[in-house]
Design a binder for this molecule. Structure first.
Ligand code: ADP
Ligand code: ZN
Length: 522
């Protein structure tokens, strides 16, 4: 048995490495900078903990999750590892005695919050403490393109300057191509070895339902799963609270978790959930970071998540034990409209653009008729080879299609006519308003009620038209250009449909539980 495996067994009690753990550890011990992208639960911590035990000196771990530091350090200490942490929760005496310990070289691992990095006379300490490795957990926090940007993370680059020869390891569970490049740039990684584990979670089944009566839909769902643990994610504290109360009122074992509860109640509810005394937790996204409950059997999203990363993270809390688990997203066009509204109020341009792009991607996911797993994996830059994953709604029950030629022609010709008037740069909403014959200020100002396409789509509700528009984008007939605000353009394929009257097949919207017209309203 080699040294690494021995440490894995004797210190951590595990028999085998998870995918890429060994490779990452070896690269780090070779003195390389490392970028490691492993899904949540993939075992990132061991990637820097084992090297810390193999080399001399101190490994500094930067982590934004102050709440988890104590747990992690407690676990390490229980395993006999000399580890400690420094963050704002410590009183002055404790902090002082830990600093003294660090000066005496008593520790192998030091966890530290990023905002702490420039305090405590770090410059002097860094040289005095014989730091031999630096690990940056949740490294995506350094990027504005991630979902969790933390300006303090930008300070980490200064550490790099102060410790030019020390290998740096950046770890994250969420990084698109863009975030990855940002991490490498801002943390100044030097010719890093990049490790990317598969994000596929084969034991998770993904479904999307048109949100109609969410409470009823949730009850139908949990009734079939009375003994199972699950999480219901809600967009607001009020919705989390309301859902928990409604379920508890019907005899389900449900409690709420959100930042509006006092710390004690929140902690108690989380504790009960972890111990299986409460089966269902109705939570905002405040819940779950770092929680490692293996037997969560399902995750419901009561509202549209803000972005795919978040959705992947939150659904990823299901089925950590590797056994089958279900993920259900309740989707309504109304939720999308609400989010659009909030996004338009954002004053920072860059932030607004990011938020718009993220909404577009999650909408794409929700409305896609293609394999959900493939959509998720493609988002993370990973391909998915087989056609049918056999574990998502669209693969298990392919959606019905219909002849959408007439709808497509109406929509496409509406863009075409507007362009002919010499007005460029209209967005989806405006086109839908023209089609449905709305009376808006813009339509008046631009004289668009004169267009031959004005009101030709009155037979369909606006959200349904918006969905048709988005499907035409997915199918490549319309392109969306990202400018000051997103504008629609006909593509060559779109023009071709108009010229040749080519047939266009569209997918029926997500089925509603009852037969009724899709208005996408709650
Ligand atoms: P991440 O930070 O990637 O989400 P963690 O480092 O918290 O993941 O690890 C998730 C869980 O998996 C922890 O309980 C950890 O002890 C466990 N784990 C890590 N590596 C292994 C392994 N090689 N074998 C078994 N369990 C492991
Ligand atoms: Zn699929």
């Amino acid at each position: 048995m080699d040294d690494l495996l021995l440490t894995l067994k004797t210190t951590f009690g595990y028999n085998a490495f998870r995918p890429l753990q060994r490779e990452i550890i070896e690269a780090s011990l070779d003195g390389r900078d490392v970028f490691a992208l492993l899904p949540t639960g993939g075992g990132k911590s061991l990637c820097f903990q084992i090297p810390a035990l193999q080399r001399t000196g101190l490994t500094v771990v930067v982590s934004p999750l102050i709440a988890l530091m104590k747990d992690q350090v407690d676990q390490l200490q229980a395993a006999g590892v000399a580890a400690t942490f420094l963050n704002s929760t410590l009183d002055a005496d404790t902090a002082r005695s830990r600093l003294a310990g660090l000066h005496r070289g008593e520790f192998r691992l030091l966890y530290v919050a990023p905002e702490r990095l420039m305090l405590d006379n770090w410059q002097e300490n860094l040289t005095a403490w014989n730091i031999t490795a630096l690990a940056i957990d949740e490294a995506h926090c350094v990027s504005e393109w991630g979902h969790d940007f933390r300006p303090e993370y930008r300070q980490i680059a200064r550490l790099r300057k102060l410790l030019p020869t020390v290998p740096v390891m950046a770890l994250t569970a969420t990084a698109t191509e863009r975030v990855r490049a940002d991490v490498i740039k801002h943390l100044q990684l030097r010719e890093p070895e990049v490790f990317v584990a598969s994000f596929n979670r084969p034991n998770l089944t993904y479904r999307v339902l048109a949100k109609d009566q969410p409470l009823k839909q949730i009850i139908d769902f949990v009734r079939k799963r009375e003994d199972e643990s699950g999480i219901i994610y809600c967009a607001t504290r009020a919705a989390a609270e309301r859902t928990a109360e409604s379920l508890a009122g019907r005899g389900f074992s449900a409690r709420a978790y959100h930042a509006g509860l006092d710390a004690e109640e929140r902690g108690r509810n989380q504790e009960r959930f972890l111990r299986d005394e409460t089966k269902i937790i109705c939570a905002t996204i405040a819940f779950g970071m770092g929680i490692n409950k293996p037997n969560v059997r399902w995750v419901i999203h009561h509202d549209l998540p803000k972005n795919i990363e978040g959705y992947y993270q939150e659904t990823g809390r299901a089925g950590r034990d590797g056994l089958p688990a279900d993920c259900l997203l309740l989707f309504s066009g109304g939720d999308a409209a609400k989010q659009t509204h909030f996004i338009e109020e954002i004053t920072d341009d860059q932030e607004k653009q990011v938020a718009r792009a993220q909404l577009r991607q999650i909408l794409h996911y929700a409305e896609s008729a293609g394999c959900r797993r493939r959509e998720l994996l493609e988002y993370f830059g990973e391909g998915f080879a087989t056609d049918n994953c056999a574990a998502c709604d669209n693969c298990l029950e392919p959606r019905e299609t219909y002849d959408g030629t007439v709808l497509a022609q109406k929509f496409l010709s509406c863009i075409y006519r507007i362009r002919q008037t010499g007005r460029f740069g209209v967005g989806l909403n405006h086109i839908v308003e023209v089609l449905t014959g709305a009376d808006t200020e813009k339509i008046q100002r631009w004289g668009h009620q004169q267009l031959s396409t004005y009101g030709i789509g009155k037979d369909l509700a606006r959200p349904a038209w918006a969905a048709v528009g988005r499907e035409l984008m997915r199918l490549g007939y319309v392109a969306q250009a990202e400018g000051e605000f997103p504008i629609l353009e006909l593509t060559e394929a779109g023009l071709n449909v108009l010229r040749t009257r080519a047939a266009v097949t569209l997918t029926k919207p997500l089925a509603l539980p009852k037969a009724k017209r899709v208005t996408h309203r709650e």
